[in-house]
Design a protein around this ligand. Structure first.
Ligand code: PEP
Length: 253
């Protein structure tokens, strides 16, 4: 048993225009209105953040962004600052998603800078980590994750990381329909907590929420959530449909 409030987060990636996002968020708010003991977050594309903020305001659904840039402002064409996200209504920000690492050259060093920027602006960082299929097959999963966590969180104090959320997303399970078994995910989550404990102490290790991500669906969420170190899910494809996502949020019913 833990006192960590579960978090079910939806990453909409590069899907949905403004009207589509507003429509989806409106339906979701109604479908999860009775949810009290779970935090819910959706991360629409940047263009839809402000209109979706109007829809979710006052509901149990919080708003997150899919990325940020670490500078406060300046000549950084195409980038978005933490303060811009806050002013659009964001509470959370996803950092270091494997698609960003794979296609946009994000590294543990840039992840570290982005986490610092998020924390300094009172945004809750959702730091994504995960191994590739090749790394799992060559039994490098733990060493890869150890490095991602240590480098991503280098230079922080346990106090800095009070709001940190980690999402364990094995790359081979993202958008593939292959889910890690609950046992595989639990093993990694427990390992991640031990890495946090060594670097930041037992209190922080026990309080950080560690989400699982990778083909989470209504039919596998309950089994994953039954694991002691799984505190929620980061959901991609299945978060795009409000009915499906609400079934994941309401997995206990
Ligand atoms: C994700 O993008 O973070 C993700 C886990 O995607 P999916 O649920 O589609 O595998």
């Amino acid at each position: 048993m833990t006192n960590r409030t579960p978090l079910i987060a939806g990453n909409w990636k590069m899907f949905k225009t403004c009207p589509e996002a507003v429509e989806t968020a409106g339906q979701l708010v109604k479908l999860v209105a009775a949810t009290t003991d779970i935090d819910v977050m959706i991360a629409p594309p940047f263009t839809a953040l402000a209109p979706v903020a109007d829809v979710v305001r006052g509901s149990c659904v919080s708003l997150g962004a899919q990325n940020l840039f670490w500078e406060a402002q300046g000549a950084f064409t195409g980038e978005i600052s933490p303060a811009m996200l806050v002013s659009a209504g964001c509470k959370y920000v996803i950092i270091g998603h494997s698609e960003r690492r794979q296609y946009f050259n994000e590294t543990d060093e840039t992840v570290n800078k982005k986490i610092r920027a998020a924390i300094n602006n009172d945004l809750t960082p959702v730091m994504c980590v995960g191994e590739s299929e090749k790394e799992r097959e060559s039994k490098d999963t733990f060493s890869v994750l150890d490095k991602q966590v240590k480098k991503g969180l280098e230079g922080f104090s346990s106090d800095d990381l009070k709001s940190l959320v980690i999402a364990y997303e094995p790359i081979w399970a993202i958008g593939t329909g292959k889910t890690a078994t609950s046992g595989q995910a639990q093993e990694v989550h427990q390992f991640l907590r031990s890495v946090l404990e060594k670097s930041f102490g037992n209190m922080l290790a026990k309080s950080v929420r560690i989400l699982y991500g990778g083909s989470v669906k209504p039919n596998n969420i309950a089994e994953l959530m039954a694991m002691p170190d799984i505190d929620g899910a980061l959901v991609g494809g299945a978060s795009l449909d409000p009915e499906t996502f609400s079934k994941i949020v309401r997995f206990k019913e």
